[in-house]
Write a protein that binds this ligand. Sequence first.
Ligand code: NAD
Ligand code: 89Y
Length: 343
Amino acid sequence: MTELKGALIGCGFFAINQMHAWNDVRGAGIVAICDRDPERLKIVGDQFGIDRRYGDAEALFADGGFDFVDIATTVQSHRFLVEMAARNKVPAICQKPFAKTLSDAKAMVEACRNAGIPLMVHENFRWQTPIQAVRKALDADAIGTPFWGRFSFRSAYDVFSGQPYLAEGERFIIEDLGIHTLDIARYILGDVRSLTARTKRVNPRIKGEDVATILLDHENGATSVVDVSYATRLSREPFPETLIELDGSEGTIRLTQGYGLEVTNARGTTTTDVSPKLLSWASRPWHNIQESVYAIQQHWVDQLERGAEHSTSGADNLKTFALVEAAYDSAARGQTIDVGAML
Ligand code: NAD
Ligand code: 89Y
């Protein structure tokens, strides 16, 4: 099989995981990198032995010689860079949050559709081993039809030391982390009809909200709660685990802290360890996220080879992104938002 050649734009904090994962992915490798910060370009270029280095994305595309681009910058540049990829007809992966606004996100999907290029959002949390295990249990009909769910991420982990920009934005937890939790809720219980949200800022040293409670009405009639907090100090820090509770017509599923999967039905209760693998380059507690980075990047290559749509394609991600916008809107207005009308 010919190895696909990739170019990575944005050599910051999280790109290190993406570069490690590209080393492990079958069928692809990174041949060029780009960052407007020369120091980051040197650190990543030297660490991963990449000689083709660019300070400007236009120059990278002008030189070409790659089959896809992996955009790992923060959100401000996503629309600009995705549209540049579309103009150059280069398939693109874009980090979350996909865009600043839903209308930008729609324009980005449209640009790639018109250019005829695949576009995948790096929405990796649904690829975590424990989340996949919950999906498989549902697919195996372990609890019948789910009618209620809770998707919970509560932590006091210091995310600001690695990602200082998270303390500075008007928006924080829904746009940064809740976006993953909302995507998991969609992945497990299906698309959402309407949403009601409440937010709070507890930490006085940051600008945006660090607590959100969101009630979702799914199209299939199920109800779920997505609750996220970076202001919750617990005896055992769960970062970065998403805990799940699902009640179904024939039983229940509980994804518990420490990666336990408990399934209860008429046959009794089974408990399974669904811990993520600790990849050679990974470190605890991030290994859960790091393994999912590898999994989504392998999925990118596999689907390109098959010519099939990606699980978190740009079009799919519009439905997750709409939930983010709806949550902020609902919290600001104190009203329930019709999500279908936004799409
Ligand atoms: P960062 O600020 O550390 O790195 C971003 C890099 O992009 C910087 O080095 C910056 O110089 C560079 N850059 C920005 N605009 C550019 C442009 N136009 N051209 C070239 N280079 C440019 O940010 P980060 O913490 O690495 O986060 C990057 C993205 O990854 C964010 O959107 C964040 O939300 C996301 N992220 C995702 C996960 C996940 O699990 N999916 C986890 C953490 C962060
Ligand atoms: O940026 C966030 C993400 O996507 O996963 C965890 C994180 O790094 C901090 O909330």
